[in-house]
Design a binder for this molecule. Structure first.
Ligand code: UN1
Length: 504
């Protein structure tokens, strides 16, 4: 562990505050990063002050004025090199993700791969960023739309994807000509520093320090300043619905834009004609993977009453087979939750579910060992249970039986969140019903795969309390640019639109 931290330059963080670069100055409080497997100290970081935030934001604003004029494919070339730097550091960064947030090794590596993928995607995009050409109603006129860089972008990320969600934003923003100020979760500061350093080294080599800034600070000190900062036309935030409500209110007050990716309460529907072997694997990874701490984690399962007596024992068996333990050890499938608070929320949710009529079919308890381990939990529930409408960041799956697909779709949609959803079926008609306008109301709707583990090429995000934002692939880049409509007159007359005459 010591060697890993040293390789990533994380051994001597006590030396100074981290706000884009080590800064001296008064000790304004230290943040301790804990290893969730035993709650031992991994490292300490000095929290940034508001003044330090301000310095990073000024630098981002200064860098933006020049970066926006660099041709997009040249920006793309620098992002290509960042992708290479992430590749070269994939093993170390992946291991650090595992150490700091408890993801199993292959998921830690997968997370860094997601950052590499979005870098590659962004490189291609840097030669696109297409606008439209339009036909004018006036003779000898031409119209077009072009996309310009937007400005410095504030990126707020959650602990559960401490590397990739920043990259989704930062890589797109960089090719779009924006600069980035990153406020990471205080639960994963080391991953943020290491990730930032890997990419910052590439920028510095090309004389572009300042394009990416990092500020590790408290919400009240740094977060609020960021939300109110008129220099940031866009705040992209991933996290809880409660946090997103605050971000939305403060940023829209100043007519800033937000890109919100908030809570999910994702469900899988299993039809009687489903391939149950596929379904068992998809449900298990969706509910238990990342110890239930993805936005896309499967939290509810709707099983047709004709197959529940066959499916549920298979799920219970799968749940019991999931090996809980050190995330970096071979064969582990379930690592710890992020911290002791998360364990308390898990215990509370299970107790609430039982009090509301739920029956625990598997798991349900914390694991008796040091660290923040809990058992993957399966609870037979009924549709009226209030707890099923809440997102608990833990591996708890509520199972509800249904009679018709219409009923299942209604139950699935009947929650405040709208991120991800899936159906397992071999029926073309059922699949298309689920994907139709009257089907799933989520931003992501899948057939015969689970709710989590989306590829970066698609737009990622959801409706309702999930916040409506779309990050990552498809045309999500448009959120990071401003659209300009141009009308050009190459004639010798000045005809007005709509047939208006105004002769002087
Ligand atoms: C998140 O949990 O915030 O689709 C992001 C997935 C990942 C991203 C999750 N590609 O599960």
């Amino acid at each position: 562990m010591r060697e890993l931290l040293a390789r990533l330059g994380l051994s001597d963080l006590n030396a100074g505050a981290w706000a884009g670069a080590p800064v001296g100055g008064p000790d304004d409080g230290t943040l301790v990063s804990l290893n969730p497997t035993d709650n031992s100290v991994l490292g300490q970081v000095q929290l940034a002050t508001r003044a330090q935030y301000d310095a990073v934001a000024s630098e981002a604003a200064r860098a933006f004025r020049e970066w926006r004029m660099v041709p997009a494919p040249k920006r793309g070339e620098i992002v290509r090199q960042m992708g290479d730097a992430l590749r070269a550091n994939k093993d170390d960064l992946g291991a650090l993700v595992s150490l700091e947030v408890g993801k199993i090794r292959s998921e830690g590596l997968g997370e860094v791969q997601e950052s590499i993928d979005i870098a590659d995607f962004s490189v291609g995009l840097s030669r696109q960023l297409y606008g439209l050409s339009l036909h004018s109603e006036r003779p000898q006129h031409r119209m077009m739309e072009q996309w310009h860089p937007l400005g410095p972008v504030g990126v707020i990320t959650a602990f559960n994807f401490p590397n990739a969600v920043w990259a989704w934003n930062a890589m797109l923003a960089a090719v779009c000509g924006d600069t980035v100020i990153w406020k990471p979760s205080l639960k994963a500061p080391l991953t943020a520093i290491a990730t930032h350093r890997v990419c910052e080294a590439v920028l510095a080599k090309h004389g572009w320090s300042g394009v990416f800034g990092l500020v590790i600070g408290k919400d009240a000190e740094v977060g609020e300043a960021m939300l109110r900062d008129e220099r940031l036309p866009l705040i992209s935030a991933t996290g809880s619905t409660r946090m997103g409500r605050r971000v939305g209110a403060v940023v829209s007050e100043r007519f800033g834009r937000t890109l919100l990716e908030l809570g999910g309460n994702n469900a899988i529907i299993v039809e009687p004609d489903a391939d149950l072997s596929l379904a068992v694997r998809g449900i298990t990874f969706g509910a238990v993977g990342t110890a239930g701490q993805r936005c896309t984690t499967t939290r509810r399962l709707f099983v047709h009453e004709r197959i529940s007596s066959e499916l549920l024992p298979r799920l219970v068996a799968a749940w019991k087979q999931c090996r809980i333990g050190d995330p970096l050890a071979e064969g582990t499938l379930v690592g710890p939750l992020i911290d002791a608070d998360a364990v308390r929320s898990f215990e509370q949710a299970v107790a609430t579910a039982i009090s509301q009529g739920g029956e625990v079919l598997a798991g349900g308890k914390r694991v008796d060992r040091p660290g923040n381990y809990v058992e993957p939990t399966l609870i037979r529930a009924h549709a009226g249970m209030a707890i099923c409408k809440e997102e608990t960041f833990a591996p708890i799956l509520y199972v509800v039986e249904y009679r018709s697909l219409e009923e299942a779709i209604h139950l699935q949609n009947d929650v405040p969140q709208g991120l991800s959803s899936s159906i397992f079926t071999d029926s073309f008609r059922s699949a298309e019903t689920f994907l139709s306008a009257a089907g799933s109301d989520c931003g992501i709707a899948n057939v015969n795969i689970g709710t989590s583990g989306a590829e970066i090429g698609g737009a990622f995000g959801g409706e309702k309390e999930t916040g409506g934002g779309r990050e990552s692939g498809s045309d999500a880049w448009k959120a990071y640019m401003r659209r300009q409509t141009n009308t050009m007159n190459w004639g010798r007359d000045l005809p007005l639109a709509q047939g208006i005459t105004f002769d002087v």
